[in-house]
Design a binder for this molecule. Structure first.
Ligand SMILES: O=c1[nH]c(=O)c2[nH]c(=O)[nH]c2[nH]1
Length: 282
């Protein structure tokens, strides 16, 4: 049986780029982790050690910084497209480039209702993410997403009617805490869109459905969130959601002579329910 090289790709991961955008004394601050991945004609590099078609990952890293001065002034989606077009147009050996950008969300400080011109606080666990793929034929695909979005509501969440066997001890509940650290990723229908307003629209829709939905399970809420986003936003082809169930378990206060009327809980890290799903059209 002959042996040959299968699928392969290479690039620089986690290029940590930060940038100040100055408008006089009012500054914007952006911080993003960029990963570049190239797919293409790299057989000779693997089988012969011939590096003549290998654009060094160090050069890829430098390109992320060099193009940032002129081009990283808007959305991460737009900057991803600039980088992808650069690598594809300069390197005929590249069949496909994939750029992943994960943005740390710094929040501007505010004092007495006044936005501070140059000071920020860390945005917590929430990150904004974009992935851009561009082929040598210039077909671009853009995905956008949210990571680490902590969501919690204190009512309008139930879990009843599930099968019970000899190992089931979970009591049915019609009023529990629903908490998750949500991840969402959606694919756009085009690479020529207002990525900023679409991102804000999707994020707001996600929060609104989470808070307003009469949840019968995490699965039920996940689908409701995805369905609403697709109904409201024709520029989105499909959306995938990850919604771990961050359990808050009622603590037994009976040994202390008190009734726990759904007020005191143990917040548990592990294990946790892991609920994922993609909502599609048609
Ligand atoms: O919303 C839920 N979905 C489940 O699949 C599940 N399983 C479980 O033990 N609790 C829950 N809650």
């Amino acid at each position: 049986m002959p042996i040959k090289l299968g699928a392969n790709a290479y690039g620089k991961n986690a290029v940590n780029l930060s940038r100040i955008i100055r408008h006089g004394s009012h500054h914007e601050f952006r911080q993003v982790s960029v990963s570049v991945q190239l797919t293409g004609d790299f057989d000779a590099a693997h089988t012969l050690g011939d590096n003549s078609l290998i654009l060094p990952t160090d050069t890829q890293k430098n390109t992320v910084y060099a193009l940032a001065k002129e081009h990283f002034t808007g959305t991460i989606e737009a900057y991803g497209l600039v980088l992808a077009r650069h690598f594809v147009s300069r390197n005929p050996q590249v069949r496909k480039v994939r750029i992943e950008l994960v943005e740390h969300l710094w929040q501007r400080m505010e004092f007495d209702g006044q936005a501070h011109p140059h000071s920020f606080t860390g945005g917590g666990s929430e990150k904004r993410r974009a992935v851009v793929a561009l082929t040598a034929e210039c077909t671009a695909t853009v995905w956008a997403g949210i990571k680490g979005l902590m969501l919690l509501k204190t009512t309008d969440s139930a879990f009843v009617g599930y099968p019970k066997d000899e190992y089931t001890v979970l009591p049915e509940t019609t009023d529990r805490i629903l908490a998750t650290k949500c991840e969402a990723e959606w694919e756009y229908t085009s690479a020529d869109l207002d990525f900023e307003s679409l991102y804000q629209k999707v994020r707001t829709s996600l929060l609104r459905t989470f808070s307003e939905h009469k949840s019968l399970s995490v699965q039920h809420t996940l689908y409701a969130i995805g369905k609403k986003i697709l109904e409201e936003t024709e520029e989105i082809k499909e959306i995938s959601l990850v919604m771990p169930n961050k359990h808050h378990i009622p603590f037994n206060l009976e040994p202390f002579g008190q009734a726990n009327t759904n007020e005191v809980f143990v917040a548990t890290d592990a294990p946790f329910g892991y609920i994922t799903g993609t909502v599609v059209r048609g």
